[in-house]
Design a protein around this ligand. Structure first.
Ligand SMILES: Nc1ccn([C@@H]2O[C@H](COP(=O)(O)OP(=O)(O)OP(=O)(O)O)[C@@H](O)[C@H]2O)c(=O)n1
Ligand SMILES: C[C@](O)(CO)[C@H](O)COP(=O)(O)O
Length: 230
C-alpha cells in the first residue's frame, strides 16, 4: 500500500555540536539527509516526501534535492520551534491514507522494516518501529537510585512511525488543545487513548544525536548493513 512520509529535518542539532544542522554532516561523502531521503526515494510504495525544514536552510536543501535528483520530494514545509510542531506542519501537507513520520537524522532505516510498519498501520491505524531494551534501567533522583524498572516490557522507540492520516492529525490537534508535548508522535495518539502497535526494528537504526553517534554511524556505513538497500 502506498504512503507519504513526513521527514522532520528542521532541528538545530544542539547536542551534536557540529556548528551546523546535523542533516548536513557528511557520511561517506554524502549529507545525512541524503542517505535518509534515498531510502524513501527508492521505495516503490512511497508516493511522496514532505520535507520539513528551517526556512533559513531552504536553499541548501533545494540544492541537494536537485543534485541527487529526488523526484518524490513534493513539498518543503517550514518547521516549528519543537519537533512536534514541525511534524504537525508536515502532516498538514499530506493527502495519503497512511502517513509515515521519520526523523531526517535516522539514515539507516531499512525498506523491509518500512514494509512491516505500513502493514501494521493498515491493521492497527498506528504503529511504531522499536527494539527491546538491552540494559538495566533504573530511575534515580539526585544520583540516588529510586527503583529498578522491570525490563521485559520496555522498548526503545525509533522512527519511522506510521498512522492513518486522519488519526494522527486529530492526535496533533488534541495535543495542541491540551498543551500536551510528546517526544514522539505515537505518544500523541496514546494521549488520545488509542492503541499503538509495535513492529520490531533493529539496533542499527540509530538517531544521530550526540558526537559519539557519528562513530557508530561510520561503523554501520562500513559494514555490509550500511551497503545494502534492505
Ligand atoms: N524543531 C525541530 C526539532 C527537531 N526536528 C527534527 O526532528 C528530528 C529529531 O530531532 P533531534 O534529534 O532532537 O534533532 P535536533 O533538534 O536537530 O537536535 P537537538 O535536540 O540536539 O538540537 C531531527 O531530524 C530534527 O531535524 C525538527 O524538524 N524540528
Ligand atoms: C521520535 C524519536 O526519534 C523516537 O525515538 C525521538 O523521541 C526524537 O528525539 P528527540 O531527541 O526527543 O527530538
Amino acid at each position: 500500500m502506498d504512503y507519504q512520509v513526513v521527514i522532520p529535518a528542521a532541528g538545530s542539532g544542539k547536542r551534536m555540536n557540529a556548528g551546523k544542522n546535523k542533516q548536513f554532516i557528511l557520511l561517506k561523502g554524502k549529507p545525512v539527509i541524503v542517505h535518509t531521503l534515498t531510502v524513501f526515494e527508492q521505495d516503490p510504495a512511497c508516493s511522496g516526501i514532505i520535507l520539513v525544514i528551517n526556512e533559513k536552510e531552504k536553499g541548501d536543501f533545494l540544492k541537494l534535492i536537485e543534485l541527487y535528483h529526488f523526484k518524490k520530494v513534493k513539498q518543503l514545509v517550514a518547521g516549528g520551534a519543537e519537533r512536534q510542531e514541525s511534524v504537525y506542519n508536515g502532516l498538514k501537507a499530506c493527502d495519503s491514507d497512511i502517513v509515515l513520520v521519520h526523523d531526517g537524522a535516522r539514515p539507516f532505516i531499512r525498506q523491509s522494516h518500512i514494509r512491516d510498519l505500513v502493514l501494521s498501520a493498515q491493521e492497527a491505524d498506528a504503529a511504531t518501529i522499536a527494539v527491546p531494551v538491552k540494559d538495566t534501567i533504573k530511575k534515580a533522583e539526585n544520583l540516588q537510585v529510586v527503583e529498578t524498572i522491570e525490563r521485559s516490557s520496555l522498548w526503545l522507540v525509533q522512527t519511522p512511525q506510521a498512522f492513518r492520516l486522519s488519526l494522527i492529525l486529530s492526535a496533533h490537534e488534541h495535543a495542541v488543545k491540551h498543551q500536551f508535548a510528546g517526544t514522539d508522535d505515537a505518544s500523541l495518539v496514546e494521549f488520545m487513548k488509542h492503541r499503538v502497535k509495535i513492529v520490531y526494528g533493529d539496533y542499527t537504526n540509530i538517531k544521530l544525536t550526540t558526537p559519539d553517534d557519528l562513530l557508530f554511524a561510520k561503523a554501520i556505513m562500513e559494514s555490509e548493513r550500511g551497503k545494502s538497500d534492505d
